[in-house]
Write a protein of this length. Structure first.
Lengths: 195, 195
DNA sequence: GTCTATACGACGATAGAC
DNA sequence: GTCTATCGTCGTATAGAC
């Protein structure tokens, strides 16, 4: 009776990597087994609901843990600009400068009926809310703050799509560079600066 | 010996719809057969390379036909602002105001080795080039024009991802509204106007 | 050119030994 | 809790009649 070979936390992280890079439909139990070092039946022991449950828990962890940790700098003290720049660095590391995709994108196809859809929507909401709080702290009215938050996230998500298709990671770098200006409403034509 | 039940053009359009909404991995030959009204073996008669060839031709049509037609208003005469607004209306119809996904996004996972990757990259390049020509016509230097084009497309792609995850289509509407300002470099804080 | 029928591997999922 | 072995289904792809 060997004890758990990998911790629950490690397990979910490894599952996350697979879903993130292959998407829901592109992820097979064989892939998940290989990535975790467990056999398929062992995965079923921990996730009786099978692939759908794994996807759901991966999505829930995205909302509960990743988003909170990644966005924690927003709740710290210091100038708003500096907090946002810090989040930009965290996001650049998380997405490997545009080389990795976002779970919100890749896992949002083919998951109908798995229960993961709600978890993905919740994770997106947490992200939007966190960005909107910063925008509101700069004086924007709630609706404006929310719009800025959504636009900032859309710029990042779109840059990740472009990066995956074209291999060009500069759009991602620009989206991160523009993050403070977009959220704080200090946008000017620097948006088109070269890089 | 019944003649072709559907024309080559219709056939590719129907295949496109399936790949667009289900992604490459989520698309099965059974789905494609149902969407076209043909049996699987009939699809193989027209596409001996199977699913991979279908995906490749769908991606090639995206670059050759869809992009050219959709972006045709950019090459017309009249004020740049008006041309871009026209393209915004075409894109809004094409994406059904954010309800439909983009092939560049959904087909860019799981296609490794199908030859569709190059076709997708080419389609993206055509789109970027068309937007960049308009930006350049407004006086922007080549590198700046290209950056504006990429950023405009990223805003749209990201909004489509957000729309799929959250169901909120307002980010897409804003991305289209901002399209002229982004491409022409007349961006101001109207980017955060409510809607 | 389209069809019915089928091969055969990969898939998600389960049974039962240890 | 993990494993080996296996189930039934659906996946892509093919053969051959009409």
């Amino acid at each position: 009776m060997p004890p758990r070979i990998v911790s629950d936390r490690d397990l979910l992280e490894r599952l996350t990597d697979v879903f993130r890079s292959a998407g829901f439909d592109g992820t097979s139990l064989a892939h998940l087994a290989e990535a975790t070092g467990l056999q398929k039946s062992s995965l079923y022991h921990r996730f009786p609901g099978g692939k759908a449950q794994m996807a759901r828990e991966v999505a829930e962890r995205l909302g509960d843990e990743v988003v909170k940790n990644a966005l924690a700098p927003l709740e710290s003290d210091g100038p708003l600009q500096r907090r946002i720049e810090k989040v930009g660095r965290v996001l650049t590391a998380f997405y490997e400068a545009g080389a990795k995709s976002c779970l919100l994108d890749t896992m949002s196809l083919g998951v109908a009926g798995s229960g993961a859809e709600d978890a993905l929507a919740t994770a997106a909401s947490h992200w939007i809310d966190a960005f909107a709080r910063v925008a509101a702290a700069s004086g924007a009215k709630p609706a404006v703050a929310r719009a800025r938050a959504q636009d900032a996230i859309a710029a990042i998500e779109g840059a990740l799509v472009l990066s995956r298709v074209t291999g060009d990671r500069r759009p991602f770098a620009r989206a991160i560079d523009r993050l403070p200006a977009v959220l704080l409403g200090t946008e000017t034509n620097t948006r088109t600066k070269e890089r």
